[in-house]
Write a new protein. Structure first.
Lengths: 517, 351
């Protein structure tokens, strides 16, 4: 298992520019050019395209941001933020105005030179009339995008956001050539290390290394890459075992032993921000009572769930969505499994026992129904009678999630604390799956706004620490565990010591960072 | 039966031939019309069934992000907010003019980009390459399976009730009784993992040489061969054995012909009709029923597309796939009937 170093201190504000200017992290010395990488990836669909706004799964993220296209910034494997198409950036004191210096001498695959217009036009795609981009919440707070020079852009935000450069590393925010965006989306024209050789949506992508690139010597070692869409778990494993692909994502834990037994293959495992949750609606009885929520938290056996549902491939969580791939993860003790305490808190709520429905379906996460049944068994001795309701997987997110008072769910996590909180814990946002608001805890909402515009990293650590503690003690979401990203790589391929844990397959940048052994 | 050929037979044969030409055509025409009716009914059933499934395209595609506004926006863009009946007749109108519409996924993508419908892919364009792949796999399988099964059937009839016959039967019945994915994995185990002769991935793509394509599709083709052999082989065997008791076979035997010649020259032609029928049904299965095998071998055929489309409730694609499947059955059955008629003089000359 690869250890992940915590994100550096030089993260926010003007300081980030210093790190970025120093370029990408130094590669292991033995990395060399050449060879062909063949990967079997899940998450492909016949409706896939080069439109970054539609990217949501590992296949297109690896082919898009990890191959053909670049973004302004990049989260390095160790979690630090480095420049990609931007070289450095600085913020005004209130974190409202951000100026990005763009890389010079970069050109698109069709020869068009890269400049400020490309950035502005590409970002505007996400807030265009009628566009349904997954990144719209990231771009819409920008009130003005100004081209200061050919290689300098200035963004003005509606309110200060210290994480803004981080948001620009999102995999939706790909940079297209201005004025040719439709063509670029149709054919896949970016500034990335690999140009599209052939792309068959839902089937296969082949990319050829561009002759010269600004990442030369630091990334992009393969001459050619091929991604094969293999959505079936067993087929993916077979392909790796028979040597037809060099790496696969998402291992089936049940057959993991077979892979471990094969000497030509190694398993790569990192703990990231992906977490499984049981959100309850804090505005509906009985979950509106903090004592009931606390009782439920004492009723869950986190370690058992981790061992039985994830086969140990994860880590126990403390009801906070801030994970090991975040910078300010607080070192919180999870609320322990204790039926007596559960009873005690039920008494505090004026109850002897409680009957609650828990909706679950495999749509939430694999094994969600089993997890709910484990919960049912462990909670019973604390006077909590959970009735597990099996919901159909079809329409789960529309009909059950945030509709039923208590259900199973998952989050892939976010790169920054603010991003995560403002997606799922800020008052009034659409994905606030516990209806968590100022009525539940005014301090939390106030800290959320305050921390967002704070550039000082020590202060932010304090604020985010307090917020995580509030969530653990009073929050409406039970988060028993973080799930690891588990993937397998053939020994023909070498990988750096540190593997990105933000997203599977080395943050989907395997084609940039790995090389032939 | 070898009736003496005389003058009278010639004339009656001539008049019969004049009659039977329109006869075969009438059958074809009648079958085609029935086929169209079947397609129509199938399309109604599919449209209704897909609409009755919980969750629609907008909800599925948005997943966790299905806010009421976003769902409404997509529904409006795709016209999903209009009544089902109206949508069905619009689709039918288009289909009658050869326009199967645009896939929701593609249309949704176009609205993302802000492009109009012009540049996108139609359902037809989307299905055509996948269908060609499926036909290729079906063709390879048929080329292996039909001679193999019929040959085995003949041999089994020839050596009926021997160890060979029983062994073949057990083998064929075992393979047809095992689930396809199991057969596929057994073949992968023996031919790809333990003895790496064939690739376990059958991802063929445009620009591949024919030889490479054949190599890649061999494992799925062998799997499918195992699945379809039993049916065809046993029908061949039964049909031939059925005829072996006939007087004309006895006559042939008494003339001193070798058993092999008796079966191939005299029994087989008369047993063709049922064999052709079974072959047709199995060929149709090769086109419509290979979803599982395609998934196991990651073969980019129409089955995978179909599963994807059902998962996302992409009605235009589902409809088009179903129509193709239904049409495959109808056409192959029609061909089987015509071949049966042509192979059987008694059906060719009805009195």
């Amino acid at each position: 298992m690869t250890r992940i170093s915590r994100r550096g201190l030089l993260r926010s504000g003007a300081a980030a520019g210093v790190l970025a200017a120093s370029g990408l992290p130094i590669r292991a010395q033995e990395a060399r050019r050449g060879g062909r990488l063949v990967v079997g990836l899940s998450g492909a669909n016949t409706s896939d395209s080069w439109d970054g706004r539609t990217h949501s799964d590992v296949f297109m993220v690896s082919a898009g941001q990890g191959g053909v296209f670049d973004s302004l910034t990049e989260v390095a494997a160790d979690g630090s933020l480095v420049g990609e198409l931007a070289t450095d950036w600085e913020a005004s004191a209130d974190a409202k105005v951000w100026t990005f210096n763009l890389r010079q001498g970069v050109s698109f695959h069709n020869g068009k030179p890269f400049g400020a217009d490309d950035v502005i036009e590409s970002l505007q795609l996400h807030v265009a009339e009628g566009a349904k981009s997954g990144a719209a919440p990231l771009v819409s707070p920008i009130t003005e995008m100004k081209k200061l020079s050919e290689h300098q852009v200035q963004f003005t935000l509606a309110e200060g956001n210290a994480d803004f450069p981080y948001l620009m590393s999102d995999y939706h925010l790909l940079i297209y050539p201005a004025g040719q965006i439709e063509e670029a989306i149709a054919q896949g024209i970016g500034t990335g290390l690999y140009r599209v050789q052939s792309f068959d949506p839902g089937v296969r992508f082949v990319g050829t290394r561009v002759d010269s690139h600004y990442k030369d010597g630091q990334a992009g070692w393969f001459d050619e890459i091929e991604y094969i869409a293999i959505n079936d778990n067993t087929a993916r494993m077979n392909a790796l075992l028979t040597g037809q692909v060099d790496a696969i994502n998402r291992i089936d834990f049940k057959t993991e032993q077979l892979l471990r037994a094969n000497p030509a293959v190694r398993i790569q495992e990192v703990t990231g921000n992906q977490h499984y949750t049981f959100p309850m609606l804090t505005n509906s009885a009985p979950f509106d009572d903090p004592n009931v929520r606390r009782a439920l938290k004492h009723g869950i056996n986190r370690q058992e769930m981790l061992d039985k549902i994830l086969f140990g491939h994860g880590s126990v969580a403390a009801d906070s969505p801030i994970g090991p791939a975040n910078q300010y993860m607080a070192d919180l003790e999870p609320i322990p499994y204790d039926p007596e305490k559960a009873r005690y808190y039920l008494k505090q709520a004026g109850l002897d026992s409680i009957d609650v429905n828990l909706s679950a379906s495999s749509a939430a996460f694999e094994g969600a129904v089993d997890a709910a049944q484990l919960y049912q068994a462990s909670a019973a001795s604390g006077g909590i009678n959970i009735n597990v309701v099996q919901e159909p997987a079809d329409g789960y997110w529309s009909n059950v999630w945030i509709k039923k008072p208590w259900c199973a769910s998952y989050w892939s996590g976010r790169a920054t604390e603010d991003w995560m909180f403002s997606n799922a814990y800020e008052e009034g946002v659409p994905w606030n799956d516990s209806q968590w608001d100022a009525e539940d805890n005014a301090r939390f909402q106030q800290l959320l706004i305050e921390a967002r515009a704070t550039l000082d990293s020590g202060l932010r650590r304090e604020m985010y620490g307090e917020m995580q503690q509030i969530l653990r003690d009073e929050g409406g979401v039970i988060i028993p565990m973080f799930a690891n990203w588990v993937q397998a790589v053939s020994n023909k391929i070498a990988t750096p010591d540190t593997i990105g844990n933000l997203w599977q397959m080395d943050n989907s940048r395997l084609a940039e960072r790995w090389w032939m052994a | 039966m070898s009736a003496p050929v005389g003058q009278g037979d010639f004339t009656s044969g001539d008049t019969a031939r004049r009659k039977d030409v329109p006869n075969v055509f009438a059958i074809i025409l009648q079958r085609l019309l029935l086929g169209l009716l079947t397609l129509f009914v199938v399309s109604i059933i599919i449209f209704a069934a897909v609409n009755m499934l919980p969750g629609d395209f907008a909800q599925v595609i948005l997943g966790q992000g299905a806010t009421p506004e976003a769902t409404e926006a997509i529904r409006r863009d795709l016209g999903l907010d209009r009544p089902v009946v109206l949508r069905y007749f619009e689709w039918l109108g288009g289909a009658l003019q050869g326009d199967l519409g645009r896939s929701f996924a593609q249309a949704n993508f176009a609205s993302f980009v802000g492009a109009d419908a012009a540049g996108g892919t139609t359902v037809l364009q989307q299905i055509a390459p996948r269908f060609a792949n499926t036909m290729f796999l079906a063709g390879v399988t048929a080329a292996i399976a039909v001679p193999f099964a019929v040959g085995l059937g003949i041999l089994a009839a020839l050596y009926r009730n021997t160890v060979f016959d029983k062994g073949t039967n057990v083998f064929a019945l075992t393979s047809i009784s095992s689930p396809e994915f199991f057969l596929a994995y057994v073949l992968i185990l023996f031919l790809a993992v333990l003895n790496p002769i064939l690739p376990s991935l059958s991802n063929i793509y445009a620009g591949m040489s024919l030889g490479e394509r054949l190599e890649r599709s061999l494992l799925p083709a062998l799997t499918l061969t195992l699945v379809v052999t039993a049916h065809m082989m046993r029908m061949t065997r039964a049909a031939i054995i059925n005829l072996l008791a006939s007087p004309y076979i006895e006559m042939a035997r008494l003339k001193g012909m070798t058993p092999m010649r008796v079966i191939v020259r005299h029994a087989l032609p008369n047993a063709l009709a049922p064999i052709i029928n079974v072959i047709a049904i199995n060929l149709a299965y090769l086109i419509t029923g290979v979803v599982v095998v395609e998934v196991v071998f990651v073969y980019p055929g129409i089955g995978q597309l179909f599963v994807d489309a059902v998962k996302t409730r992409d009605i235009p694609v589902v409809q088009a796939c179903c129509l193709i499947f239904a049409a495959a059955y109808i056409v192959l059955n029609l061909v089987a009937d015509i071949l049966s008629i042509l192979s059987n003089p008694r059906l060719r000359h009805p009195r």
